[in-house]
Design a protein around this ligand. Structure first.
Ligand code: ADE
Ligand code: ZN
Length: 338
């Protein structure tokens, strides 16, 4: 039986590649700055938005880390996550697996407790308040040392009831996955799920290394796999999900234009692709904005969009709630496009 949806109801989807710090909208940044007595080097939200012109990943990361200065208390992290969940729900997100960067906060003197407890206050209410189930994925900064990653994992141990998995992000080139073998082994022993950014700016070899050395179950971005047909064949064969972020790829110049994005070729190759928003406050759109952009610019059919939504739930870490996954998948199949 098909269910009639309101014309404005977006396609139900899971968001699997979302940095919570990347959801900090300029308005909230100024509000938190005022609350915490932090001075921002911008006079207005418009002036801050003007700075959102990036040449590459590093030029974005410089601003992304600088703006985190406004995040200081549990309430700040709670407000940040709550604002994200409200926006995500309005865009059809029913499940979100959310990255956070503890090392970026620890370096500023903000404790692991503050970050995890603050985020958790909002995330634990996600399903009740917004109809969005949530999981937390703790990322290590790959431009920091392996020792720092291990120390961060140790600090997180009291919070593992709230953390589903680990990831690897920040400046990719020059920081191959193998550097983090030990911390990924330790995390696996603790029962944590494993993902890593690979093949965003870095070469296809980093994707292979993330699979072989770190044992990742999902690859974040993975865009550059298309340069290596044998790797594509492997990703297809092993059903390894890729969490693509089209608007991010345009803003950080991983692709020249959205119209030239390899997503259609990736789907045609049989890759298990998902579409996500990465750092939506910086890149011009949340989850459904990304779906809408690829529909318009890449001419994806309704059935291709449904496939992307289906993939998002299939690729999600919902093994502990198969009933919810099945409900979400049924909504995807019943969705009527207009
Ligand atoms: N941290 C936040 N967004 C990122 C991205 N797109 N790549 C690597 N690290 C990130
Ligand atoms: Zn990312």
């Amino acid at each position: 039986m098909t269910r009639a949806y309101d014309a404005l109801m977006p396609l139900p989807k899971a968001e699997l590649h979302l940095h919570i710090e990347g959801t900090l909208e300029p308005e909230l940044a100024f509000e938190l700055a005022a609350r915490n007595g932090v001075t921002l080097p911008y006079a207005t939200t418009d002036e801050l938005r003007e700075a959102y012109r990036f040449e590459d990943l590093q030029s974005f990361l410089d601003l992304y880390y600088a703006l985190m200065a406004v995040l200081r208390t549990e309430r700040d992290f709670e407000d940040l996550a709550d604002a994200y969940l409200a926006r995500a729900a309005a865009q059809g997100v029913r499940h979100a697996e959310i990255f956070f960067d503890p090392q970026a906060h620890l370096a500023r003197g903000v404790a692991m407790d503050t970050v995890v407890e603050g985020l958790w206050r909002a995330l634990a209410r996600g399903r009740a308040d917004h109809g969005v189930s949530t999981r937390l994925i703790m990322c290590f900064l790959r431009d920091e040392s392996a020792e720092s990653a291990l120390a961060t994992l140790e600090l997180a141990e009291p919070h593992l009831d709230r953390i589903t998995g680990i990831g690897l992000d920040s400046a990719e080139v020059g920081h191959p996955p193998a550097k983090f073998r030990e911390v990924y082994e330790a995390a696996a022993a603790l029962g944590l799920r494993r993902v890593a950014h690979a093949g965003e700016e870095g070469p296809p070899e980093y994707i292979t290394e993330a699979l072989d050395v770190l044992g990742v179950e999902r690859v974040d971005h993975g865009l550059r796999c298309m340069e290596d047909p044998a790797l594509v064949a492997r990703l297809v064969r092993e059903r390894i999900p890729l969490t693509l972020c089209p608007l991010s790829n345009v803003r950080l110049r991983a692709v020249d234009t959205l119209a030239g994005h390899p997503l259609p070729a990736m789907l045609d190759a049989g890759l298990l692709c998902t579409v996500n928003s990465d750092d939506p406050a910086y890149f011009g759109g949340y989850a459904d904005d990304n779906f809408d952009a690829v529909r318009r610019e890449l001419g994806l059919t309704d059935e291709r969009l449904r496939e992307l939504a289906r993939n998002s739930f299939l690729a999600s870490f919902l093994e502990d709630d198969e009933e919810w996954r099945a409900r979400c998948l049924a909504e995807v199949e019943a969705y009527e496009f207009r």
